[in-house]
Design a binder for this molecule. Structure first.
Ligand code: URA
Length: 244
């Protein structure tokens, strides 16, 4: 393995090519423990936890595992056309490090989205073999009937899909809005991640989803302290719970 030089370290953190990282270091933009280090070829035995680049203390982690509370009207695509992208809410260098979302949420959906630059992690969490349930809270336009509930639990056939899909868990909640009206709130868990799946499932039984927010992916639940548009690194336990 080549020696871990400061140049390699800074480049691996998404601050550009090794040549660009070298220029940054030579320009005196990199500090360690409060001292400027302008020699790009300083070697490390192990990765330091943090370094300061452009005046900002940044973690040197290479493997990114991130949880975000995706706002409405934000796209999960790298090349968002009509809206902001989730990547605009994260440090730019993460994109250079190969960050990708684990599945997607529609622009008009909000809630839990996971991101990583580790292909095997993304693959595992998305894999039907693992079968992680995705849990959504939806507000419906019309009252949720017993017939609709029974149909969703039995399974519905969606247009252009080969197999019926079903609600793996379903519960209703009585939520009274500030104006006193009772909202038709349902919490539904599904095993797949088909295009617009939850909206299409409720439409198939004659209802209509007005708002949709994801609350959990398998054992990982939304950290509600993040606030809309907030993000944090996932804990080791959260990552392990999805990869074991
Ligand atoms: N189902 C949908 O309809 N939309 C999403 O964003 C996720 C699941």
């Amino acid at each position: 393995m080549p020696a871990l030089t400061l140049e390699r370290l800074v480049a691996s953190m998404g601050f550009g090519s090794r040549k660009e990282a070298r220029a940054l270091i030579r320009a005196g933009m990199v500090e360690m423990d409060g001292n400027v280090v302008d020699d790009p070829f300083v070697e490390f035995k192990s990765r330091p936890e943090f370094i300061t680049v452009n005046g900002e203390e940044v973690t040197t982690v290479e493997k990114l595992y991130i949880m975000m509370d995706k706002p409405l009207d934000v796209e999960c695509s790298h090349n968002a056309r009509d809206h902001q992208s989730i990547y605009d809410l994260l440090p730019e260098r993460f994109t250079a490090m190969g960050l990708q979302s684990v599945g997607r949420l529609d622009a008009d959906s909000s809630g839990l989205i996971l991101l990583s630059n580790q292909g095997d992690f993304i693959h595992k969490v998305e894999s039907p073999k693992k079968g992680y349930l995705k849990k959504y809270r939806v507000e419906l336009a019309r009252p949720f009937t017993e017939e609709q509930k029974a149909e969703l639990l039995k399974g519905v056939m969606l247009k252009d899909e080969r197999r019926p899909v079903l609600a793996r868990e379903l519960s209703e909640e009585q939520v009274t809005a500030a104006d006193g009206t009772v909202q038709n709130t349902v919490v539904i868990s599904i095993g797949e991640g088909l295009y617009h799946q939850v909206r299409r499932m409720f439409a198939a039984v004659g209802n209509h989803v007005m708002t949709l927010s994801r609350e959990a992916i398998g054992p990982v639940t939304m950290d509600t302290t993040l606030g809309v548009g907030g993000w944090r690194f996932m804990t080791e336990e959260e990552v392990a719970s999805l990869t074991k």
